[in-house]
Design a protein around this ligand. Structure first.
Ligand SMILES: C[S@@+](CC[C@H](N)C(=O)[O-])C[C@H]1O[C@@H](n2cnc3c(N)ncnc32)[C@H](O)[C@@H]1O
Length: 274
């Protein structure tokens, strides 16, 4: 299934407009491979026929499915580990100290994919900070892609997925066996609100976040988009809040109003005092 240059240009323009994801020339193989299942499930004879339909009838479910198919949803439990060490050793203890009077914490996992990241965070909080059991801890997890959010809400993971990064004691304590898979127990699932949110759209209803994790998604965007998103993130973060990015992502050279917060090998970002 080979895509023509014109069809590739049409798809990459559509994806950029809908999600800000940049698909440069050279990524034709990716578009072909990712759209092949959509071509088949929607009953098109070819990728060219699917693109022709999108050109004619650009809105609606097909368009959404094409965008979803071209998102990269790679994730794992306790991905990269170091951010979770930094949260455990410094960030959460500091937030607990600062919010002692209100006993409230607001956490947002943006681009949460199929949920491993917010579930890792919540498991870590339960294990390391039992004091938070008496606090009001709100955890919002969002993503652009409806399909991954449905998986996240279900909280069902394969043996392969739980083998990637999840400590065995956590598996035993927080999951139950479901056939050949593992499901997060309900009391953990109900802590997290999963909602659809596109980072290039306004962050409606989100404000005063103490902790934001937006990891391994800015890499897909161009610099002006990264900069616009970081500016919006600043707008919904408390002045003494914390921002975590992916290990290959940075605010440096993109948004000068953040400063690095480094402890050992762990790095996150805080708003500079204005
Ligand atoms: C590689 S995953 C990262 C998942 C998780 N944060 C991690 O680090 O393991 C990137 C996620 O970003 C989402 N995404 C891509 N573009 C987005 C956008 N414009 N708004 C919100 N989410 C987006 C994708 O659907 C995907 O689930």
């Amino acid at each position: 299934m080979v895509i023509t240059p014109l069809d590739f240009e049409f798809i990459s323009t559509l994806i950029r407009g809908e999600s800000a994801i940049v698909l440069d020339v050279g990524k034709e193989y990716l578009v072909e491979a990712r759209l092949d299942p959509v071509v088949k499930s929607a009953g098109f004879a070819s990728l060219a026929a699917l693109v022709a339909e999108l050109r004619h009838n650009g809105q609606g479910e097909l368009r959404r499915k094409v965008v979803a198919a071209l998102t990269t949803n790679e994730t794992s439990f306790f991905r990269d580990l170091e951010p979770f060490n930094l949260l455990r050793s410094s960030v959460i203890p500091e937030l607990i100290k600062k919010r002692e009077s209100s006993r409230q914490l607001s956490i947002w996992c943006a681009a949460a994919s199929s949920g491993q990241e917010p579930y890792s965070l919540v498991m870590m909080l339960k294990e390391a900070f039992p004091v938070l059991g008496n606090w009001q801890v709100s955890v919002l997890a969002t993503d652009l892609c409806r399909e991954v959010l449905e998986r996240a809400r279900e909280g069902v993971y394969t043996q392969f997925e739980v083998n990637r990064g999840l400590p065995v004691p956590y598996l035993i304590k927080y999951f139950e066996k479901q056939g050949g898979n593992w499901r997060i127990k309900q009391d953990l699932r109900k802590i997290i609100r999963f909602e659809e949110l596109n980072l290039i759209k306004p962050f409606s209803g989100i404000f005063e976040m103490d902790l934001i994790m937006v990891r391994n998604v800015l890499i897909y965007f161009d610099v002006p988009t990264k900069s616009a998103i970081l500016q919006k993130l600043r707008g919904v973060m408390r002045s003494d809040g914390f921002l975590f990015l992916g290990s290959t992502e940075t605010t440096l050279g993109v948004d000068d109003h953040f400063e690095r917060y480094v402890v050992g090998k762990g790095v996150c970002y805080r708003k500079k005092a204005s």
